[in-house]
Design a protein around this ligand. Structure first.
Ligand code: KMH
Ligand code: ZN
Length: 274
């Protein structure tokens, strides 16, 4: 088997309002439909934020469990729940996300300015969340919004050992106003600083989506795409469905001679619990 590209779809996020972005999947039915389409188009992992009945972000435990169950029943995707939530979510609720028994979770390696807000990830919270992933055998994806987050990741691994599954997988989240810029030279600097043997994907927020996607493919990385990160397909063209972004990423990956990785291969790579 030749080299392949792991594609993660992040279909919803916590930032866009359904009223502003009608194509955003916010109900369980919309999420499951989106997941099926994106899996068929080449995604192997789904990064999940959920919404309540009013389409507002929530970390409601019962809803998270129902979501994990429904996605497992309907797709073979690796289910990665967000522990970032929305910037207003309390730490306890973010840690409780793991009780929904996802395959993976996000784990952000430091605090970052986030537009006009602050996304809080102080060291003691990172450690508590990390130890909980190890106890519950959930594979973390280390979210890196800034170069300093990579230093915190090294510190976490030095002090608390390898993640469940034995493999370190990171996601560079680039172009957040307040985080690292979404350009090729920053991506290369970040990749050079990652732990030995780590795999990584990258995503560029908003207008950095395409530069980051092409830089990641050129540098041998994997891809994350989705309406959490961009709601514009091209200038003046809103995204009409997440699958558009996955199809474009899959096409670019095939052009780069690294076609999409199956979710089965991704489970092996990431060390997901059988
Ligand atoms: N919604 C952001 C505040 C994650 O999912 O772990 C955090 C975020 C990162 O989206
Ligand atoms: Zn997220």
């Amino acid at each position: 088997m030749g080299a392949t590209t792991l594609i993660t779809v992040a279909p919803t996020g916590a930032e866009s309002e359904k009223s502003d972005v009608p194509a955003l999947p916010v109900t369980l039915e919309e999420l499951v439909q989106t997941a099926k389409e994106c899996e068929a188009a080449g995604a192997a992992v789904i990064h999940v934020h959920i919404r309540d009945d009013d389409a507002r972000p929530t970390l409601d435990p019962a809803r998270l469990r129902d979501t994990v169950r429904a996605l497992r029943e309907s797709t073979g995707l690796i289910i990665q729940l967000s522990t970032g939530g929305a910037v207003t979510d309390p730490y306890e609720d973010r840690i409780r996300v793991l009780d929904a028994e996802p395959d993976m979770c996000s784990l952000t390696c430091g605090t970052v300015n986030f537009g006009d807000d602050v996304f809080m990830n102080p060291w003691p919270f990172m450690v508590e969340l990390y130890r909980r992933t190890q106890e519950l055998e959930v594979v973390p994806e280390f979210e890196l919004f800034d170069l300093g987050h990579i230093a915190a990741l090294h510190r976490l691994l030095d002090k608390h050992g390898l993640p469940y599954g034995g493999h370190v997988h990171c996601d560079l989240v680039m172009g957040v106003p307040g985080g690292m810029p979404g350009d090729a030279r920053t991506l290369v600097a970040a990749v050079e600083a990652l732990p030995e043997g780590a795999t990584w994907s990258a995503t560029g927020i908003g207008r950095t989506t395409l530069p980051v996607m092409f830089a990641a493919l050129s540098a041998g990385g994997h891809l994350r795409v989705g309406m959490e990160d961009t709601v514009t397909f091209a200038k003046g063209r809103p995204v009409t469905a997440n699958v558009q972004l996955v199809e474009r990423a899959a096409q670019a990956a095939r052009l780069a001679q690294r076609p999409p990785m199956t979710s089965q291969d991704a489970r092996g790579l990431l060390g997901i619990k059988p």
